[in-house]
Design a protein around this ligand. Structure first.
Ligand SMILES: [Zn+2]
Length: 280
């Protein structure tokens, strides 16, 4: 069942516990936990994990997802040492996601070009495809063991890298079991690199198990992470497309910036009002 959820990324100005308090107070029944500083830069284990799960339930949350560390932690890293480092770190987050009972672990498949020195696009294509497959081959058995799903996200980079869209990720995801590998659509990332979120939702189809709902400027999108309806995306069409594919994953709002200097708490409240109008 779909539930509305809010990402702690919107509260990067405070601790994870303080972020969870505001998100719960704002009325969201779901939350996405950012797996990097200033929130969970180390996955919790043992008793600390158990207690953390208890605190999520105590705040009234019904569901949660975990965003794996992004930046240099990418399974499609074109360099083998870099890829292995990423897989080792991701394995720990896969275990954490399973133990926490999360609805999915969000992973950025390929690196931001700022981290890549080799600008030869041809070889990078093959290297990244190959690296992502080998990484999933290693991560999927762990995900199956702990009962969690890896959600691969579309990214907003202006470059010729492969695997930045649902259209390109879907065939690769189809090679793996649906319970362990699925897709998450970031609406603003799609538009920023010229992809229509509606078309992307249809490309993802039954494999879509997560969303990052955020708005961007229609004409000059820049991964703005505005409150949905404050930018130029066609939200009626996006909601219609999600209904058409019978989407059941969470409606996760990833609002980070305001257009007029709103505080993080104001942005969460504005987003909550949109979610309520949408009936969620
Ligand atoms: Zn996102």
């Amino acid at each position: 069942m779909s539930e509305t959820s809010y990402s702690t990324l919107g509260f990067s100005d405070r601790s994870l516990e303080a972020a969870l308090d505001v998100i719960a107070d704002t009325g969201f029944v779901g939350v996405e936990i950012l797996g990097q500083a200033p929130h969970l830069d180390e996955p919790l284990q043992g008793n600390a994990l158990k207690e953390f799960r208890g605190r999520l339930a105590d705040r009234g949350f019904n569901s949660w997802t975990v965003h794996a560390p992004a930046k240099r932690t990418v399974p499609g890293a074109p360099d083998e040492d870099w890829r292995q480092e990423s897989v080792a770190k991701l394995q720990r987050y896969v275990r954490f996601s399973g133990a926490l009972g999360s609805r999915g672990l969000i992973v950025h498949p390929v690196p931001n070009p700022i981290f890549v020195s080799d600008t030869q696009v041809g070889p990078l294509h093959e290297l990244m495809h190959d690296a992502l497959r080998r990484s999933l081959d290693e991560l999927v058995p762990v995900a199956a063991e702990v009962g969690t799903c890896i959600l691969l996200e579309n990214l907003p980079y202006h470059c010729d890298y492969p695997l930045l869209s649902m259209r390109e990720l879907r065939p690769l995801v189809d090679e793996y079991p649906a319970e362990q590998v699925a897709l998450i659509l970031d609406t603003g990332h799609a538009w920023t690199i010229g992809n229509d979120p509606v078309a992307e939702i249809h490309f993802a189809g039954t494999r879509l198990q997560g969303t990052h709902l955020q708005d961007v400027d229609a004409a000059t999108p820049n991964d703005d992470h505005w409150v949905p309806t404050h930018g130029g995306l066609d939200w009626d069409a996006i909601r219609g497309a999600l209904a058409e594919i019978d989407y059941t994953g969470n409606w996760t709002f990833e609002t980070v910036q305001g257009r007029h200097g709103e505080s993080p708490a104001e942005l969460a409240r504005m987003t909550r009002r949109v979610a309520t109008v949408w009936g969620r």
